[in-house]
Design a protein around this ligand. Sequence first.
Ligand code: S3P
Length: 173
Amino acid sequence: MDNVILIGFMGVGKSSVGKLLASRLGAPFVDLDTEIEIKNNMKIPEMFEKYGESYFREKEKETIKEVAGRKNIVIATGGGAVKDEENRKIFKDSGFIIALTASPEVIYERTTAEENRPLLADLSDNEKRKKIADMMAERKSFYENADYTVDTGELSPMQVVEDILHWLKMRRG
Ligand code: S3P
């Protein structure tokens, strides 16, 4: 099996879907953000705060290079990993790229329920909505370049997994 790489904006469900998908495929699951935190012994919000976003992006790239070389795994990427051209090429060479999407409103609700996202922290409601819209627009073309896309807005993680499994089965024959 090639790797299965989940891409998409913050809050689309990459980590929860990835975990379930991996267990259904009987494959190891790697969450890139978690891997970055383990390797660097530091939580991502702390890394942003202490060293800034560009330092995080360096660490993200290092981890992507390492993880994408493994075989037969499911990878959940961080929402901004696709901004980098080299990362995009590594993902393409590593397996099937599946994009998860959701509307800005759904993203807003989901990311407001959790507090581990430095890029959306310390903003008023309006600022946060604007930032989500701006970042989604900036990244749209990268997410659209996937092999397959699932809108997760109205689906449970299990339903998303069923959809992906169906596609993988058809794709692989
Ligand atoms: C980021 C998304 C986060 C994490 C970091 C930056 C982004 O991952 O990698 O905070 O640039 O969109 P999730 O998409 O898992 O929230």
